[in-house]
Design a protein around this ligand. Structure first.
Ligand code: BMA
Length: 320
């Protein structure tokens, strides 16, 4: 339903807000699709994992949390991207003292294919979070590419193509809780940092925001799925997911932020667990027919999947 001008919502946006009962993101009825007991070793959580489609199969980099609370990555594969996940090997990471100084735990992988290479950006955390990167040509063997930020950064995710001849990524300076754009000629030296969006531009994420999976190119701009934290009484965090649009050529220019979140914790496995009230989307697979699988962690304990379409996500980003 489109509201008449007289009752159109006032706000920052030029567009009229459309109210609808249509559900944008549909949780898979088999959720959670991966649980800690499915792993071949003791694990208290498997969540915030990322998936790409490689050679017709869905390959997941699983974030696993052991009973020592350390986090590490394990590979998994599935034929349909929903169920039948076969758990594979642990991804080896550097063992040297310099790496371990910064990375007692590693978490929240995000995978982007640029050209013929997959890049896995992830948080390396010791006393502070900083971003590190792996690369792979086949999603079986991985090479450690080094740290790509200093301390105080999280949620770096690469765009799937160079923009103005530069690798481009979204990142979050932790102290600010905002999403920034950063660019690099070689994935080693980063600059051109510009603010894309603050948490105050998001009605359900005034605590902090951060990018989820790879930005999606559409005719309307880069479609960006992000997580957004609202803070309710007693400093309780609620992790939601939303969508925004950014300019295709100058991706630091925000076009619009969808006013409704696309996912908020509502199911028992999202409301209870290790971190209650948390849905943390960290990747998506866009299929040829325009359908989208969104992979998200629930309550820092389970791995889930939900389904939607590009058209519906754009509807939120543009109209709702
Ligand atoms: C964020 C990240 C996520 C986690 C979330 C909720 O800061 O660390 O990995 O899922 O908190 O605990």
């Amino acid at each position: 339903m489109v509201l008449p001008d007289s009752v159109a919502l006032k706000g920052n946006f030029n567009m009229k807000r459309v109210f609808s009962k249509k559900q944008i993101v549909r949780r898979h009825p088999g959720n959670p699709v991966i649980t800690p007991d499915m792993l071949p070793f003791n694990c208290r959580g498997v969540f915030n994992s990322s998936v790409v489609k490689h050679d017709g199969r869905y390959v997941m980099v699983l974030r696993c949390e052991g009973y020592n609370f350390y986090n590490f990555f394990v590979l998994a594969e599935s034929a349909n991207g929903i169920d039948g996940w076969k758990i594979g090997e642990i991804i080896p990471l550097p063992e040297d003292a310099e790496y371990k100084k910064y990375a007692r735990v590693q978490y929240d992988p995000r995978i982007t294919k640029v050209g013929d290479t997959y890049y896995v950006t992830y948080c390396a955390h010791s006393n502070e979070a900083r971003m590190a990167m792996l690369s792979s040509k086949d999603m079986r063997q991985f090479r450690f590419e080094g740290f790509i930020t200093g301390p105080g950064f999280r949620n770096t995710v690469l765009f799937p193509e160079k923009i103005n001849d530069l690798f481009t990524a979204l990142e979050r300076p932790n102290a600010l809780g905002e999403i920034w754009v950063t660019q690099s000629p070689d994935l080693k030296f980063w600059g051109n940092q510009r603010l894309l969006m603050t948490q105050h531009q998001c009605s359900f994420g005034w605590g902090k925001i951060g990018s989820c999976g790879t930005p999606i190119r559409t005719d309307h701009g880069w479609l960006i799925i992000f997580h957004a934290v609202s803070v309710v009484c007693d400093y309780e965090y609620i992790y939601n997911a939303g969508v925004a649009l950014a300019d295709l050529r100058e991706p630091w220019k925000l076009i619009r932020v969808g006013d409704e979140c696309i996912l908020t914790p509502e199911m028992p496995y999202e409301n209870m667990g290790h971190t209650p009230n948390c849905v943390f989307a960290s990747s998506h697979v866009v299929e040829d027919d325009g359908s989208v699988k969104i992979y998200y962690g629930a309550s820092d304990r389970y791995q889930c999947v939900a389904e939607t379409t590009i058209a519906d996500l754009l509807d939120v980003a543009l109209n709702r």
